[in-house]
Design a protein around this ligand. Structure first.
Ligand code: ADP
Ligand code: MG
Length: 348
């Protein structure tokens, strides 16, 4: 199947390059496989219904640091980050399976804490945990969650489908999870240096919660239904908007132009970015894990969205394929690079 004979470093491909490389060899064959590798979730036809399936793995030391991540929050986030991928297909999640692997460093009480978070997410989002797998590691904790859900066939929304002129819309605000992470990392350093950790996180409560306990935007999927809008394309913001617009553009064969002044930022995100001497817009576009929904809609829906409190039009799709422009407040415009959270390139 693969004809490589030399050794190729995976870092040369990056995570997305590797996925594309593997996917070439797995075109779907069954008529029921409506959508295979390459979107936020796969789509499977079951009679007249369409099921969405998505899976994600979280590894200690790569995706989370237990020095500042309570296990309860971790369980919650492992679930919500997966539910978010079902929402990104314009679907609603129904069941999850959870697989864990851990070393003897973990006690029953620790695993119970993790599952308390999973239970809270199941309760809040009205989904059932229906299975999983339990295994061991030499060290560290691994959690893998698979979510399934249902998408109404007429409302299926993929990453492909955006047309030039479509409005680019974002739910909620972005950059908070990234700035929350910067605060947590800073407090960890202070603790390691001074061996005392009574950090006052209150001024940062919103952004720290965005990082540790993100929500999935099922409410946005329902809101779109109420507004009678079927987006032309959609993705969830796991790697950062800069990276996600590249995914939408590549899948749809369009470019995007966005406006800095439109980027929705919470005051805490803004203040914290400035405190770290970071450009808030750059931090917001490149920071990941907000789990907001980024989607395109036909211009005819402009009136329904323009004054919406939880939806912001941040730009539009263009026919300049492969071009992703940021128009700054100062009146300049430059290409947005897809930095993303490409962990294969971090030399770990
Ligand atoms: P997301 O950030 O939305 O979870 P990913 O970037 O993890 O999406 O995955 C993109 C696509 O690639 C998805 O369709 C996913 O199922 C698929 N994918 C990722 N890793 C693999 C793999 N190892 N084998 C097959 N498909 C994969
Ligand atoms: Mg996704």
């Amino acid at each position: 199947m693969f004809e490589n004979s030399d050794r190729t470093e995976l870092a040369a491909l990056g995570e997305f390059g590797l996925i594309d490389h593997l996917a070439q060899h797995f075109p779907t064959k069954l008529p029921s496989s409506l959508l295979g590798i390459g979107d936020d979730a796969a789509l499977v036809k079951l009679g007249t219904k369409v099921m969405a399936i998505s899976t994600d793995m979280m590894i200690e030391g790569v995706h989370f640091d237990l020095a500042y991540t309570p296990l309860k929050h971790l369980g919650y986030k492992a679930v919500t980050s997966n539910l978010s991928d079902i929402c990104a297909m314009n679907g609603l999640p129904t069941q999850i399976t959870v697989s864990i692997a851990f070393s003897n460093r973990f006690s029953l009480e620790a695993i119970e804490e993790l599952y308390e978070g999973i239970r809270l997410a199941c309760e809040k989002y009205e989904i059932d945990l229906v299975g999983g797998d339990t295994s061991s590691t030499r060290s560290g904790l691994v959690i893998s969650v698979t979510a399934v859900g249902e998408v109404s066939p007429k409302k299926i929304t993929k990453r492909s489908g955006a047309k030039p002129g479509d409005l680019l819309v974002l739910s909620g605000d972005i950059g908070g999870a990234y700035m929350g992470l910067q605060i947590l990392e800073r407090e960890k350093r202070v603790f390691l240096e001074h061996n005392q950790m009574q950090p006052d996180l209150e001024p940062y409560d919103y952004i720290v919660a965005r990082q540790l306990k993100p929500e999935a935007r099922l409410d946005v999927v329902r809101m779109l239904e109420e507004l009678a809008i079927v987006p032309t394309s959609m993705i969830d913001v796991s790697d950062g908007v800069a990276s996600e617009i590249h995914h939408l553009g590549k899948a749809s064969g369009v470019g995007f132009e966005i406006y800095e002044e439109k980027i929705p930022l919470d005051q805490q995100t803004l203040d914290t970015a400035l405190g770290f001497n970071l450009n808030p817009s750059v931090a917001a576009l490149n920071g990941g894990e907000d789990y907001e929904l980024l989607f395109t809609v036909d211009q005819k829906h402009y009136d329904k969205i323009k004054n919406h409190l939880d939806l912001t039009i941040i730009g539009h799709a263009t026919d300049s394929v492969g071009s992703y422009l940021l128009n700054t407040r100062a009146g300049n415009s430059f290409e947005i690079q897809a930095q993303g959270w490409n962990h294969l390139k971090e030399n770990q």
